[in-house]
Design a protein around this ligand. Structure first.
Ligand code: NCD
Length: 360
């Protein structure tokens, strides 16, 4: 690291949390790095084409090695001396289980807290002190929190202590879900492997785009590809916010907004469905929205290209009719499983052992 870079990190360290939080992301990304490598995984914008291709290659390799018992036994030796804390105080099924399974694949020992009602937070401990406590017992914290910015705050705090440990953001309020975006991208990449990859594809994102953190993180990542077009299909009240639109305009990524699902389907290479995020309602406003117009049903399938794919971060409600599951274009169950492999690759990367896997 150059002297100027070191000075920059020291200056960032001296900021209060409020000042740090307000600092534009591009000016603080190095704070989440160690020796020039990503150390905390908090925002989709941290993922460069180099990191992404390393992670895809590592995930493919892990997947292959894990097929045989001897291979899996070997993988499980790689991080058997490390411990991970899964701090998931917002509901989760697949993100939690897939991170836990990813840890098992690499032999990490896992502890978990799944609710503030069973941790000392019920006794009035702040989340900051709770997180500081984990750092005494774990080498990595993988966390999902209902509060925007909490994963960043954890990393801000722990990068100042003597024994810094990596923070992985498994979902921070309405804000971001970068590892979901990573597995979405991995799924797109695998699905379009024989059609020139993600470049030049049209991605139609449907549903609650205002509060869905997965669409936000995925939108940021699509910047890394050439010729991608995005179509945002949502009820008027749930349109994608200006922050994302400004980002896309700045990077000259063409996008359209629409409220008409049927009209948007024929041009799609990928349709990314999402559920209504009514847990973020302030006054039960979701009840007044007719979300049924944003449901994908069997009758829509004939409108889709033969080689289009259907994705969903899951869990689903009625946004995708169950009858769609048997269509070969439905990729959401595979997408879910891809999550485990790419998260194993990410953990390997954060511990700096991806070369051991890639070079075997
Ligand atoms: C998503 C989430 O939590 O943001 N789920 C997930 O992690 N796969 C999507 C959702 O809850 O709708």
């Amino acid at each position: 690291m150059t002297k100027a870079e070191l000075r920059k990190i020291e200056a960032l360290k001296s900021l209060t949390w409020e000042e740090f939080y307000r600092t534009p992301l591009k000016n603080k990304l190095t704070y989440f790095e160690k020796s020039g490598r990503m150390f905390d995984m908090l925002f989709a914008q941290q993922l460069t084409p180099e990191i992404i291709s390393t992670l895809f290659a590592t995930a493919n390799k892990i997947r292959k090695i894990a097929k045989a018992k001897e291979g899996l036994d070997w993988l499980q030796t790689l991080l058997s001396h490390k411990r991970a804390m899964l701090y998931f105080v917002q509901p989760s099924t697949r993100t939690f289980v897939s991170f836990q399974s990813a840890c098992y694949i690499l032999g990490l020992k896992v502890s978990e807290i799944r609710s503030t009602s069973t941790s000392s937070e019920l006794k009035g401990e702040t989340p900051e002190d709770t997180i500081r406590t984990f750092s005494s017992y774990a080498d990595m914290i993988i966390m999902r929190h209902f509060e925007e910015g909490m994963a960043e705050k954890a990393a801000w705090m722990l990068n100042k202590i003597k024994r810094p440990i990596s923070i992985v953001n498994g979902g921070s309020g309405k804000d971001q879900h970068p590892t979901q975006a990573l597995l979405d991208l991995y799924t797109l990449d695998l699905s379009f492997a024989e059609r020139g990859g993600i470049n030049n594809k049209t991605i139609v994102m449907v549903g609650d785009l205002k509060r869905g953190r997965t669409v936000r993180s995925l939108s940021y990542l699509l910047k890394l590809y050439k010729g991608v077009k995005i179509v945002y299909v949502s009820p008027d009240y749930l349109r994608i916010d200006n922050e994302i639109k400004d980002f896309l305009k700045k990077h000259k990524i063409p996008f359209k907004e629409s409220a008409d699902l049927e009209k948007s389907l024929p041009g799609a290479d990928a349709v990314y469905m999402t559920r209504i995020q009514d847990e973020y309602d302030i006054n039960g406003e979701s009840k007044d929205i007719d979300y049924s117009k944003f449901h994908l049903t069997k009758k829509h399938l004939k409108l889709l290209k033969k080689n289009a794919i259907i994705m969903h971060p899951l869990p689903r409600r009625q946004e995708i009719e169950v009858a769609v599951d048997s269509d070969p274009r439905a990729k959401y169950w595979r997408q879910e499983r891809n999550g485990m492999w790419i998260r194993a690759a990410l953990i390997a990367y954060l511990f700096g052992i991806e070369d051991k896997i890639l070079n075997i």
